[in-house]
Ligand binder design. Structure first.
Ligand code: FES
Length: 580
């Protein structure tokens, strides 16, 4: 109890410690994306005025320039382009594996294609204006794109669609976690379709108007070239040179990122591995620094991750057990999400937690969790009655052992025992509730369903019995006689919730089910058995109990006699149907 309490308190203290860097990182990434999105929306809205007339488009451009073509607008826009590109490269660098969902892959690929298609347009308009004083009016640009270089026009239109889809995917990942998202979805879909369609139609309408002007008036082209101070041939060649340089810089950035990533993976692989244990006892090995979510994905373990590992949705959260204090401290951004769902101190976001030591984790949400699940506070946090399975275990004759030994030896043996039993419980998917003297109380099914809870409890009993044999073999020189234990398990309704105060708080259960489990454990002495579980446990876990010894007993506090199953050795559960 004390050791768990201290570990939780230690984590709790760590969580409270503030770290602000990643909040800035996430804010910068989102902020830069929103600035670019605002630029695209205002640009497309300006295009859409082409549906009214070329003059309306030009008039709208004045407002557009007012917004973006000043020192502040230019700095914010250019800064956002640099920041957003840097984050895209960093995302590639930091990923342990490049396999990702279709949406994420599409967003990333479109994000890299967009600049390739847009560079020449930006150089021909904004850069030409800055360097040569070219007035890049709509009429001038449409003459160049619609009339003189239709392929360039198609490329520009494609770039618009690519940028728009990239932005919409990013916005979707962000907004779908908002509580109002579902309600407003039809409107958002409408806007996502309307803005680019109207913008492109405006581009087409205005392009055709410029085409007509050029066809009707032979002097139109020359007037525009002179009036708008179009670059001369040598200046155009220089712009092309700039374009080539930018392409090379972009290519080099991508190649360097991939090389840096390969180097990092190589260096990490030399640092050894971290072993992560999942429920059902599955153990995976990953390089230190890999997130728990990446570990699940690398080993094809289904794991909810609604926001794609961006640390926003909380659906990836796991209950962590093991050397908790060795985990890197959670950043403020992670704390914020955990606070939102009222997570217990031993809960972490799998996508943000990078263990450097072996540990066990239990995902708290099913792999198919929805964004809405990410907002739901855990039932245990709120406190509620639910059907769970409760296991009590106690060492037989430990008092006489402790009286004959030095305190150091007693603590040593007890700690080895607690670790051994705790691992069996956690590997089966349960959680140690508390250690009471030499006794253990564990809960099963708190975050799952009663059926899984009962099955896990049975598996835990089997695992505890096996671990006990190993422990006895290990400690044979330290023990006068092998340790023996009694285990009682009962399933039923209990009030589950976080109880305690300040750091002395933990998820626990109270009620008749807890008392009955404890009494079944005490009954193992009367029957000289290692395990007693109730009929309800057998029923829920689907055990083939026909071959088991069963009894009816009177349990204190219950009116009706209770059916129980008695096993001399819990390892025999292995041979029963339903337990693997
Ligand atoms: S995957 Fe969304 S918070 Fe971890």
């Amino acid at each position: 109890m004390l050791s768990i309490g201290r570990a939780k308190a230690s984590i709790s203290l760590k969580i409270r410690k503030k770290q602000s860097i990643p909040i800035t990182k996430r804010g910068l990434r989102l902020g830069s994306g929103l600035v670019l999105f605002a630029f695209v929306v205002t640009h497309l809205t300006n295009h859409a005025l082409g549906l009214v007339s070329l003059e309306a488009m030009e008039a709208g451009r004045e407002y557009f320039l007012l917004l973006w073509r000043n020192a502040l607008g230019t700095t914010v826009l250019a800064g956002s382009i640099v920041i957003h590109t840097a984050f895209a490269l960093y995302a590639v660098y930091s990923r342990r594996r490049l396999k990702m969902s279709v949406g994420e892959a599409l967003q990333l690929i479109l994000g890299f294609i967009a600049p390739i298609l847009l560079v020449s347009h930006v150089l021909g308009t904004r850069a030409a204006m800055q360097i040569y004083g070219t007035d890049d009016t709509y009429t001038y640009v449409l003459l160049a794109l619609w009339v003189d270089n239709p392929i360039g026009g198609v490329r520009q239109a494609s770039a618009t669609v690519i940028v728009w889809v990239h932005a919409c995917i990013g916005l979707y990942y962000w907004l779908r976690l908002k509580t109002w998202f579902r309600r407003t979805l039809p409107w958002l879909y409408g806007l996502a379709l309307l803005v680019p369609v109207l913008g492109l139609l405006g581009f087409i309408f205005a392009g055709r108007a410029v085409g007509r002007l050029a066809a009707e008036d032979p002097g139109f082209r020359l007037d525009i070239i002179i009036d708008n101070n179009a670059p001369e041939a040598a200046q155009v060649a220089y712009i092309y040179q700039l374009e080539s340089l930018i392409f090379m810089a972009l290519g080099a950035a991508v190649v360097l990122t991939l090389l840096a990533r390969a180097l990092r993976l190589y260096l990490e692989s030399r640092k050894g591995v971290v072993r992560i244990t999942y429920p059902e006892g599955r153990v995976v090995s990953v390089p230190p620094g890999t997130t728990i979510l990446e570990a699940s994905q690398m080993h094809e373990i289904p794991h909810a991750a609604v926001c794609g590992g961006r640390g926003r949705c909380s659906t990836c959260r796991v209950r962590v057990s093991g050397p908790l204090e060795s985990l890197p401290e959670p950043y403020e951004s992670e704390q914020k999400v955990l606070r939102r769902v009222g997570a217990a101190p031993d809960v972490r976001l799998a996508c943000q937690t990078r263990p450097n030591k072996d540990l066990s984790v239990t995902p708290m949400l099913p792999p198919n969790a929805s964004p809405r699940d990410g907002f739901a506070k855990s039932a245990a946090m709120q406190g509620q009655e639910q059907e769970i399975s409760v296991l009590f275990a106690d060492i037989r004759g430990f008092t006489s052992f402790s009286e004959a030994k030095l305190p150091y030896d007693v603590v040593f043996v007890l700690n080895r025992y607690f670790r051994s039993m705790g691992e069996a419980i956690e590997q089966a998917g349960g959680q140690v509730d508390k250690f009471i003297g030499d006794g253990i109380m564990a809960l099963f099914g708190v975050d799952g369903n009663p059926r899984d809870g009962a099955t896990s409890a049975i598996k835990a009993a089997q695992g505890m019995s096996e671990n006990l044999d190993e422990l006895n073999a290990l400690l044979k020189d330290d023990l006068p006689t092998p340790l023996r234990i009694g285990i009682g398990i009962h399933s039923g309704p209990a009030i589950v919730g976080e109880m305690g105060y300040s750091h002395a708080i933990s998820i626990t259960a109270i009620g008749d089910t807890v008392n009955t489990s404890s009494r079944l454990e005490a009954k193992t002495k009367d029957f000289g058995a290692q395990l007693i579980f109730s009929g309800r446990v057998a029923e829920l876990s689907g055990l083939d109990s026909n071959t088991l010894r069963h009894e009816e007993i009177q349990v204190r506090g219950r009116k009706e006699p209770m059916q129980i199953f008695v096993m001399d050795d819990a390892k025999d559960l292995k041979t029963l149907v339903g337990i693997k």
